[in-house]
Design a protein around this ligand. Structure first.
Ligand code: ADP
Ligand code: ZN
Length: 736
């Protein structure tokens, strides 16, 4: 493809104005043509400000022959207002955006907004004004002001950021600022980051580790596409080993991106990184302040940020000179974005590495079935670390049969697990109880009339949170105060909690082991990097005996004194009939089991289940991952499910149930029907109502050789839908 746009061609003598085609980042229309003002030179990739009606919008100059051929009259062309003083988007970056737009059936502006997030880049001011509250408080204290002082201790940010953090209006913060109760800070957004030192603090790798590290280093020296599955059991030193790859990328002067699944994880990770490389990496995640975001974006785009550690959104940033991507815990579901552009960061990472020709390392102890398959068929290189570092042995996994040794009524910890907790406590060691359910109880039921308390906006139960005395919907965030009486029949004291959440398990632990110090770890209690840090310190300093947590504790943490893991309910994940349920359960339980016995002291894992013979549980107990993967792959192949076939989901939604249903039927009726392309449904989507919208799903199943996206695009393009109906497209949906 030509990269120079037509207006750059010398000898153009038509007398027409020079024009460019611009993809607007925030408009539903476009791309649009604009005239290039005298004295301005523009090439594809340049970031520009252009007029649209009365507004000034940001856009990116795009190569497009039609800018010349499609005749918008010169007189109708409006001129580009300004060229931003920002690094242009490279060819590779534009090709990646086009690929993602095609593959994920998303609009180009939606993809580009991930590369150029407005607040990060576009204001060219060199500094941002931030405030922090002084100690001295005003005499007149309203409730909102009190809340601001409580929540903002030591915190610095813009008025908007402080208001959001304190959950008060911006007016409250502005009032305090104007009243002289805040310090003002001018934060530069172009301050350079310290370069990491590849040799700051190297560890001695074991022979196996060194061997794998050497292969990674060689791959980086090759400067070509190399997809690598770094397949090592938990605690085998995957991080230490891929740090050697990071070091090599730094030596080569290439940028390196480390993708991590959870924001809460970045804190211990950043410290570990700083120890190895002498300085922290550049972090990118949704919790950044505007000033931090802008500074990071600039450094990423101009190449002065060497190593970037980020959540999935960092994948689409316009790196100047990227030479390596590492996806840590690559099987994690949080790499899949479930709104907007529904991409899988793991897959985009591989595509980006392919397009820009550099190695990509997927690190995991329990790879996604798809990644495992790619290694099996030789598309990915598998590098294995089969043993834990330093002779630590893998923990024993034993089932606790809930039918043979059941817990007491309305209790969830069975006698063998209670005993194990007691023994561990007596030895002065730590335990972890895993249950992937936030709150106190997943369901609140009226004993009198049988009414279940549901979210008004979603087809989901309201979950009781006793710590905050509230009921909360985990899908839309709707909260209400805990009720005293049944909203249906009005009976007093008739509401009962059904089933356990982590808070309820904590109560049970407190009753059974009154001497144990326990801590609940969920996104409700660990909601900031500082909280995560506090948690790590408490556990590391042995101030905690029993950790009770959701999937937030299954990853990344390394606690040498933690020797017992109890899985409260191994069967939960297998309910629901989702085809990926077995894989997900296997990964989750393996990961949480991997927290036990990571140092000298051996660990053990007790898995409570009603069905010890289920293949997932049996495989976990036998420690036979590969047999499990082989069986899973065989059943996927039989059904032609991914990775052997392809899937796409269409979620059709409206606030009006009949309208959504009607639209879904209409779309279903016009579905193309050809060999290797089958459409199932419509049926109510897995969450049939979400945020007040009724949802129906059509599922596309396609043979690998069929151009599925094109068929979907051709199918949907001519369809006109009522205003209130939305269609969300999910290519390679995670659940199926
Ligand atoms: P994984 O990422 O595979 O779970 P880590 O890289 O986190 O494993 O290593 C597990 C623990 O063992 C960490 O505390 C790490 O610092 C330590 N470790 C691993 N390899 C070495 C090594 N070669 N020398 C010293 N410590 C190591
Ligand atoms: Zn809801």
């Amino acid at each position: 493809a030509s990269t120079a746009p037509s207006m750059q061609k010398p000898g153009q003598t038509t007398g027409r104005k020079q024009r460019v085609r611009v993809v607007l980042l925030t408009a539903v229309i476009g791309p649009l043509d604009y005239a290039v003002p005298q004295g301005m030179t523009l090439t594809p990739g340049d970031i520009v400000t252009v007029p649209l009606g009365p507004r000034q919008l940001t856009g990116v100059v795009w190569e497009d022959e039609r800018a010349e051929t499609e005749d918008v009259e010169d007189s109708k062309l409006r001129p580009v207002i300004a060229k931003a003083g920002l690094p242009p988007l490279s060819d590779e970056m534009r090709r990646l955006a086009e690929w993602a737009s095609d593959y994920y059936l998303a609009s180009l502006p939606n993809v580009l907004r991930m590369a150029i997030p407005g607040s990060a880049a576009l204001k060219e001011a060199r500094e941002i004004t931030e405030y922090s509250l002084k100690d001295e408080q005003p005499d007149r204290m309203t409730d909102a002001r009190k809340q601001a002082y409580e929540r903002l201790e030591g915190r610095q940010g813009t008025v908007r950021e402080l208001a959001a953090a304190a959950e008060v209006s911006e007016g409250v913060i502005r009032g305090l600022v104007n009243g002289g109760f805040a310090d003002t800070h001018l934060v530069p957004t172009d301050a350079p980051f310290d370069p990491p030192d590849p040799d700051a603090d190297q560890v001695d790798l074991s022979d196996t580790q060194q061997d794998v590290a050497n292969q990674l280093v060689d791959a980086i020296k090759e400067k070509s596409f190399a997809p690598i599955l770094l397949d090592g059991v938990t605690g085998s030193g995957k991080t230490e080993v891929y740090f050697e790859a990071v070091a090599e990328a730094i030596r080569q002067g290439r940028q390196c991106l480390v993708l991590l699944p959870e924001i809460a994880l970045t804190q211990p990770f950043l410290e570990r990184f700083a120890k190895r490389f002498g300085t922290r990496p550049v972090a990118w995640h949704s919790g950044l302040r505007q000033s931090e975001r802008r500074r990071a974006w600039q450094a990423i785009a101009n190449g002065s940020a060497h190593v970037i550690v980020g959540a999935r959104s960092s994948l689409f940033l316009p790196y100047q000179n990227l030479g390596l991507i590492i996806v840590d815990e690559a099987h994690e579901t949080s790499f899949k974005q479930e709104d907007g552009v529904r991409y899988n960061a793991r897959d985009v990472a591989v595509m980006r590495a392919h397009m820009e020709r550099f190695p990509v390392i997927l690190a995991s102890a329990t790879p996604a079935i798809e990644s495992h398959h790619m290694a099996e068929i030789g598309q990915y290189q598998r590098l294995s670390l089969p043993a834990r570092f330093g002779g630590a042995i893998m923990p024993d996994i034993t089932p606790v049969n809930l039918i043979e040794t059941p817990p007491e009524r309305n209790h969830w910890i069975a006698p063998p697990l209670v005993e194990a907790l007691e023994e561990t406590l007596e030895r002065g060691e730590q335990s972890l109880l895993f249950l992937n359910r936030r709150g106190y109880a997943p369901l609140t039921l009226c004993r009198n009339c049988g009414h279940r308390i549901e979210c008004p906006n979603c087809s989901a139960w309201m979950v009781e949170h006793r710590l905050t005395h509230r009921l909360a919907c985990h899908h839309c965030g709707h909260v209400m105060p805990m009720l005293d009486s049944c909203p249906e029949c009005g009976a007093e004291d008739s509401l009962v909690a059904c089933g356990p959440g982590v808070e309820r398990i904590a109560d049970e632990v407190a009753a059974r082991l009154p001497d144990a110090r326990s801590i609940v770890v969920t996104s409700d209690t660990i909601w900031s990097p500082a909280k995560a840090e506090e948690f790590v310190q408490q556990v590391t300093n042995n101030m905690v005996d029993i950790i009770i947590g959701t999937q937030l504790v299954t990853k990344g943490y390394h606690f040498p004194n933690l020797t017992l893991v109890g899985v409260i309910d191994a069967d939960i994940g297998l309910e629901g009939g989702d085809l990926r349920a077995a894989e997900r359960s296997f990964q989750q339980i393996s990961q949480v089991a991997g927290r036990a016995g990571r140092a000298e002291k051996p660990g053990r894992v007790l898995v409570q289940t009603r069905n010890p013979e289920a293949p997932v549980i049996a495989a976990l107990i036998a420690g036979d991952r590969d047999a499990f993967y082989a069986a899973e792959l065989a059943s996927r192949e039989m059904a032609m499910m991914p990775p052997f076939g392809r899937l796409g989901a269409l979620i059709i939604s409206s606030e009006d149930q009949a309208e959504a249903n009607e639209a879904a039927r209409m779309i279903g009726h016009s579905a193309p029907d050809f060999d290797g392309f089958t459409v199932y449904g419509p049926a109510p989507a897995p969450l049939s109502m979400l945020r007040g919208r009724y949802r129906f799903r059509l599922l596309v199943h396609a043979r690998r050789t069929v151009p599925m996206q094109k068929a979907i695009r051709d199918w949907l393009d001519p369809i006109k839908l009522p205003q209130g109906v939305r269609v969300a497209l999910d290519v390679d949906p995670y659940s199926f």
